[in-house]
Structures are given as structure tokens and as C-alpha cells.
Design a protein around this ligand. Structure first.
Ligand code: PHE
Length: 422
């Protein structure tokens, strides 16, 4: 029946016990803010794309990288996780962190989900850009939909070492072995941060140098030549070694991107046996917020001309700073409830609660914080109190309209979480 199916972009999906995608989230699919004319996310996308077009050209002067920015965000669990060697028990797979359509399909949680299909289609230098979806807290820097740009570059033996026949990408002991395709355990602390066993140190060092040079160049293109930066060792299931680039900006170290040398098992699974690859991924919102002085992530979804008319893509290298027309006041309302009789505070899913608040309250919800929790000593029942801060980006809210939305949120919590309002 229609109740057990969901239609997304002309495809019909069976729902099941994994389904947690909401109508509100469905409404974002296809909005493509990263492609909207004069939108700050689109301006940052074009800056990065142009930087890559300029930085890598073939002998005829044409760009090496191709750009893929209209890929549907519905992906399989295999694309988002398994293909990228994300361990079966990795927390990023949890239902509480992703929007699942059903057991097999979800909205991509990163644009890295498209790596394998793009490499398999024969590409060796590409960028993938698009909307990604993650269940998360609610504040001025988190939103359940945001945008990422991912890149892959594959470098063959002769591209890396020219006609120097003494240098090789792979250790002589390395043999192509399809059965080696298995995730490494993320909890094991013994990941070799210098290189993967199959690679030679010289191949890794040369690729690392190219990767870090190109990414530092990108950071300078965006933030100016005088930035201070640092590379932090990190872990991603799909790269080894892996780093994060941080830059010092307005008094804080800010994470700009994640990157690394691609796990060779991934290339092998695509039939690529003679190249080493680098990959990176970055979030567009965070960059745009800093570069345009945009104070709240909800503004990227504004249809208000007062917001959109402030930006102009005709000169990508002159970014207008965002000027708030005025800052409208906040309204705060607390919501306290008892959990159902036998439910413990630890088993309460905050993300389920946040989704209800978003569905009912929409973008006027600015922040939610937990202000109190306790267990009644006699009845054993648990109580939670959340403070919801409401603020409209473009007008003043009345207390009456906030109260109405607040009680609708309370009502939905009673229906969906089986709580009792205090
Ligand atoms: N997908 C990673 C993220 O979402 C970023 C990344 C992409 C890291 C590619 C390394 C290589 O954080």
C-alpha cells in the first residue's frame, strides 16, 4: 500500500523499520542551493572548481578535472559505507545519525559515496559536489542538510615518476589480491600513519606533497596568502594516511577539509591497479559562513530577496560581506516531559526529538539545549527539560505564534515519543 512506500524523484521505495526520513527532509531534495545563481554556496563551489580547472590542465590547456554536481542524493548503504571500507560497527552508520529510506537506501551522508561509481566509469580526476544529509543537533552551525565537495585524483607510475625506472608506486612484495578487500578496524590504534603496506614510501611522499601543495593553494585562494595553517593527522576508513587542514582565522583554528591517500583496496575494487590516488572532502557551508560573514546556517535556505540580493557571482573574487538587515529578537520556551514509564534517560534519542522539533517548527527554531534532567526518586520516572530558542531570520515573531508552534511540538512529542508533558 501507499503507506508502506515512499516516492523520491520518481523512484518508489519500500519503507521498513529503518525508515526515519521525514517529509521535511524530503522537501530539500532537488533544491540544489549549490547551483542556484548568486547563492553564496554556488559562489564558493565555482571558486573551488575554477581553482582546480586552473591548477590541472592537459597539454592542450584543457582542465583535467570533470565536475559532477547533479548526482541524486539517494545512495545505497554499500555506496555510502561498505564500498569505502567503513567498518560494519562504525558509529556513522547508526540510524540515529543518518536519514534512512529503508534498510538498503539512505540520503548520502557525504559526497564521498560517489567515489567508486565515478572511478569505475573511467574517470581519474574529478570533483563531486552536492547536498548531504545528517541527523544532528540544532544550532547556528548545524543543519540536517548541507553541501560537500569531494575530489579524487589518480596518478599512474609514469605521471608520478616520469621515465625514472628505479622508482615504483608499489612495494615489490605487493601482489594484487582481491580477497584483501576488508575494512580495517577503526578502534584499533595501530593504523600506520606513514603509509599503506602496498605503497612505497617515495610514492606516498610525492603524492602527499602534491596533495598538500594543491590544498594549501586552495586555502590561500579562498582566504588569502597570509593564512597560518597546520596539518593534523587523522583517521578516515577510506584513506591512509589521512590529514585535516586547519587554518587560523579570526582567532580560532578552523577545520577546512579532510584528505588522504586513497586506500588501495578501493582502487583495486574498481579495477585500478597501477595508480596511487589522493582524495579530499570539504563542507561548503562552513567556508561560506566565514568568507561572507554569514552568522547562521539557516540563512542558506532563505528565499528572502533581502538575503539573496546581497551576493553576486559576476565577480567571484570580490565577495560581498553579508549585512543583516537587522537582528530580530529571540523567543525562548521550555518544554519539560516525563519519559514513558520504563524508559531510561540514556535510551532517549535526542535526534528523534530534534527531528520532531524541526518538522513542526521548521526554520524558526534556532537552538535547542537540554537544561535539566532527573529521575524521580519515588516513581523512578525520568524527566527531561529542553529549552527551545525561536527566532525568525527576517522578521519579529510574536509570542502568540511561538506559543502555538511550541504547543504543536509538545503535542507531536506526546504522539510520537509517548512522553507526558509536565
Ligand atoms: N567524507 C569525509 C567527511 O565527510 C571527508 C573526506 C573525503 C576525507 C575524502 C578524506 C577523503 O568528513
Amino acid at each position: 500500500s501507499a503507506q508502506n512506500t515512499l516516492e523520491i524523484r520518481n523512484n518508489v521505495y519500500q519503507t521498513d523499520e529503518w525508515t526515519n526520513i521525514t517529509p521535511k527532509i524530503l522537501s530539500y531534495i532537488g533544491l540544489n542551493k549549490h547551483l542556484q545563481k548568486n547563492h553564496p554556496l554556488s559562489i564558493i563551489r565555482q571558486r573551488i572548481v575554477n581553482y582546480f580547472y586552473r591548477s590541472y590542465t592537459n597539454s592542450r590547456g584543457n582542465p583535467l578535472f570533470s565536475v559532477h554536481d547533479k548526482i541524486c542524493p539517494v545512495v545505497t548503504v554499500q555506496q555510502n559505507f561498505d564500498n569505502l571500507l567503513v567498518p560494519a560497527d562504525h558509529p556513522s552508520r547508526a540510524k540515529s545519525d543518518c536519514y534512512y529510506i529503508n534498510k538498503h537506501y539512505l540520503l548520502r551522508a557525504h559526497t564521498t559515496a560517489h567515489q567508486i561509481e565515478l572511478i569505475k566509469s573511467g574517470l581519474d580526476n574529478f570533483l563531486a559536489v552536492g547536498d548531504v544529509y545528517r541527523r544532528d543537533e540544532i544550532d547556528s552551525t548545524h543543519y540536517p542538510v548541507f553541501h560537500q565537495l569531494d575530489a579524487v585524483r589518480l596518478i599512474s607510475q609514469d605521471k608520478l615518476f616520469g621515465n625514472n625506472l628505479d622508482l615504483h608506486i608499489f612495494e615489490s612484495s605487493y601482489k594484487v589480491n582481491p580477497s584483501s578487500f576488508s575494512p580495517i578496524n577503526s578502534s584499533s590504534k595501530c593504523i600506520d600513519q606513514s603509509k599503506q603496506p602496498c605503497h612505497t614510501l617515495e610514492a606516498v611522499k610525492l603524492t602527499e606533497h602534491e596533495l598538500k601543495t594543491i590544498l594549501l593553494g586552495l586555502a590561500k585562494d579562498l582566504f588569502g596568502n597570509n593564512i597560518e595553517h597546520r596539518w593534523i593527522d587523522t583517521y578516515f576508513p577510506f584513506t591512509q594516511p589521512s590529514w585535516e587542514l586547519e587554518i587560523y582565522y579570526k582567532g580560532n583554528w578552523m577545520e577546512v577539509l579532510g584528505c588522504g591517500i586513497m586506500r588501495h583496496e578501493i582502487l583495486e575494487s574498481c579495477g585500478v591497479t597501477n595508480s596511487i590516488g589522493y582524495a579530499f572532502g570539504l563542507g561548503l557551508e562552513r567556508l561560506a559562513m566565514v568568507l561572507f560573514d554569514i552568522p547562521d546556517i539557516r540563512l542558506f535556505w532563505s528565499n528572502d530577496t533581502g538575503f539573496l540580493h546581497q551576493f553576486n557571482e559576476s565577480n567571484l573574487y570580490k565577495l560581498n560581506k553579508y549585512k543583516p538587515v537587522s537582528v530580530y529578537p529571540q523567543c525562548k520556551n521550555d518544554l519539560s516531559f516525563w519519559l514513558p514509564e520504563n524508559q531510561d534517560i540514556d535510551s532517549f534519542s535526542a535526534n528523534d526529538f530534534y527531528d520532531i522539533v524541526r518538522n513542526v517548527g521548521g526554520d524558526i527554531v534556532e537552538q535547542i539545549s537540554l537544561v535539566d534532567k532527573f529521575k524521580h526518586p519515588k516513581t523512578g520516572k525520568s524527566s527531561l527539560c529542553f529549552r527551545i530558542v525561536y527566532r525568525h531570520m527576517e522578521r519579529t515573531l510574536t509570542q502568540a505564534e511561538v506559543n502555538e508552534i511550541h504547543s504543536k511540538i509538545a503535542q507531536s512529542c506526546v504522539e510520537q515519543l509517548e512522553v507526558t508533558i509536565r
